[in-house]
Each structure stands twice: as C-alpha cells, then as structure tokens.
Design a protein. Structure first.
Length: 368
C-alpha cells in the first residue's frame, strides 16, 4: 500500500467513517473529532450522520435540542459544532488567537461598553425565551434598546452585526443550539460547563493544549504540527509544543497515541487499517466542508490540485460535497446536484451519484 493511501485510509477510519469506528450517537461522533466544521448549517446533519450507525436526521437535531451539541466560533473565526461540555473549554483555550479579530471589532465601534449592553439585552431576551431565539429576533431586541448593528459602509453590510454576535459567543454569553426552520437558534451559554484555568496565561493552559492536540490526533490522525496549527489557529510554535506533550496527555484522558504514516494517530490505527481496509476503501459521500477534507493542512493524500479546483472552483472558501473511494476524491457534487468526476474516475459516476442520492434520502427522512 502506498504511503499516501495508508494516511488517507487511516484518517477515514479515525474519523468514524467505517462501521468499526462509527459512533453510536451524534454526541459521540462530534466528541471523537473534538470539533466539526459547521458554517453551512444544512451540511451539519449529514456530516454527523455519516459518522454514526443507525442515527436519523431527527436524532441529530434532537442532540442540539437537548443541549448536547452547540454551534459556535471556538477557533479560527470559523463556525464549528462541539459538545456543550467542550464549548467553554475550547473557547477559552484558543481565545488568545483572536487578537486581530478583536482589533477589527473595535474599529467597527464595538467597544466593551456597547458589548456589555448588548449582552445584557441578549440575556434578558433569553430569560423570556429559554428555548432560543433567531438571529433576527436578537437584532430586533438590540434595535429596540438603541443598540445599532448597522455598519456605516454599505461594503461592510452585516459586518458589525456579525462581529457583535460573534463577540458574545467568544465571551461565553451565547451560543447556538436547537434547530428551527433550518436555523440554529441562539441560546444562553452561561450555564454550560465552565473551564477555569485553561486560558492563555492561566496555569492549565499548556496542559490543555496538549489534551486538545491528543484529541485532534485521535479523531483525525495521522496529523502533524502543521495540521494542528491549521485546524486550531495556533502558531506553529504553539502547535509543536502541544503535539510534543500529546502522547502523555492522551494517556491521561484514555486516548493512547502512536506514530503512524509519518504523523501522530490513535495507537490502534495500524491494526484498524489492516482489519478494515476494505470498508475504508469503499465509497463515501461527504457533505460540504467535511472534516475529512478541511480538517488538515496537508490534504495531498486525499486529492491533488485538479481535485481541489473541483471542490472549490471559485477559490472563495466555499467547498462542495465530495465522493471518496479508495481513499481519494473521485467526484464532487456541483450545484443542481450535478456529479462532476475527477479525471480518471469517470467510470464511477453512477455509483457516486447513487451515494449522494442515498444521503439526500436520509436527509429528507424525519422519523427517529
């Protein structure tokens, strides 16, 4: 087996995309990854469901409704899904990497006094609507209380509003959870499990970074320091230090790690690849922004430049759904559900289309 294939199949298995490592619940699927990219709300049920056994879309949405899963900006300024118990831990652990963003927020007039007022209004609103409110409802409440969320420049329309909402997420005031009409409603985050001592400058920061590195290696590995830096937004120096402590940290949380394919991964991955190679090589239809693609700095084991151009043709950060077989991207699904094949895999168009259709059917089902 080629080295790149070993890496790709290992990542497929580590991410829970084969029955042997698939999760029994949406919560377990997300916690296995530590965080799952989720800026496209419609892709979230598919991204979670494909990593579970016997789970419906309704079950995924129920996990948000019960408060097990939340959707927020814990790292990189990118929306992710995490478990509720990891929300404050990740938010505080990586907050120091948002300094540039906070400077931009200040340039939009979002000083501490305004943010405090906005937080107070949000909390009062959520006291009367504990099941959550829409973004529109929150913005309307701010407007009634004299808090302007309109950016002066038309070129930045919505930017001030987005930054204010994100700031309250970063401050641990709000997060997003239950789904209504396709939107994750804003809920009160203050009652979620606290995470003292893990922020930059606090005594548990370095240890917590090593735990995060261990969890990332377990659910995404094999990975290296560049992958960790890309995924978390840490500097390479921070990522290198965190990864150096990942094995010890992994043992402390029951996630033993070992070298595999030139990177760090769960300790049993070599055996899992040997035992479940055929399942890993099978066809997998995955949604936009899937962790198997976006969760790494080096994605060369999964696709090449031509494949990347099909996945993100406009180079604008909008990634299309992909179909993977044999550890390689063989097709992408374009708008209008058109299946576009990667050169050399044209004979697999019908199976690729069926794989995507199967997940469309799953998404349309509502039964438990």
């Amino acid at each position: 087996m080629e080295a790149s294939t070993r890496v790709s199949l290992g990542r497929i298995i580590a991410q829970g995309l084969v029955p042997a490592t698939a999760a029994c619940s949406p919560l377990d699927a997300v916690e296995n990854l530590a965080a799952l990219q989720g800026q496209q709300a419609s892709a979230i049920p598919w991204a979670i469901g494909v990593r579970c056994t016997g789970v419906s879309r309704a079950r995924v949405e129920e996990s948000f409704a019960r408060g097990e899963l939340v959707r927020s900006w814990p790292m990189r300024g990118t929306v992710h899904v995490t478990s509720a118990r990891d929300h404050h831990w990740l938010r505080r652990l990586l907050r120091h990497r948002r300094a540039a963003w906070e400077r931009q927020a200040l340039s939009l007039g979002l000083d501490d006094a305004l943010v405090e007022r906005a937080a107070q209004v949000a909390c009062e609103l959520l006291e009367t609507s504990p099941l959550g409110v829409s973004r529109v409802e929150l913005v309307e409440a701010w407007g009634r209380n004299g808090i302007d969320t309109v950016t002066a420049s038309s070129a930045q329309e919505g930017l001030r509003r987005r930054h204010l909402i994100m700031r309250l997420h970063l401050d641990g005031v709000i997060t997003a959870g239950p789904v209504r009409a396709g939107e994750h409603l804003i809920v009160d985050a203050r009652s979620l499990p606290a995470a003292p001592g893990v922020a930059k400058g606090e005594p548990g920061h370095e240890e917590a970074l090593a735990v995060l590195a261990a969890r990332y290696a377990w659910g995404h590995g094999p990975i290296d320091e560049a992958d960790l830096a890309r995924w978390t937004g840490l500097t390479l120096t921070e990522a290198r230090r965190a990864l150096a402590g990942a094995r010890v940290a992994g043992e402390s949380v029951g996630l033993p790690l070992a070298e595999y394919g030139g990177g760090l991964a769960r300790a049993d991955l070599a055996d899992l690849v040997e035992d479940y190679r055929l399942e890993a090589e099978a066809m997998h239809a995955l949604p936009s922004f899937d962790e198997l693609h976006v969760g790494y700095r080096d994605r060369s084991c999964l696709t090449d430049e031509a494949g990347e151009a099909l996945i993100c043709p406009a180079k604008n950060g909008m990634f299309r759904p992909i179909v993977v077989e044999g550890g390689r991207v063989v097709a992408v699904r374009a708008p209008g559900r058109e299946i576009v094949m990667v050169k050399g895999y044209e004979s697999r168009q019908r199976p690729a289309a069926r794989a995507c259709d199967d997940w469309e059917k799953w998404l349309s089902e509502t039964q438990q």
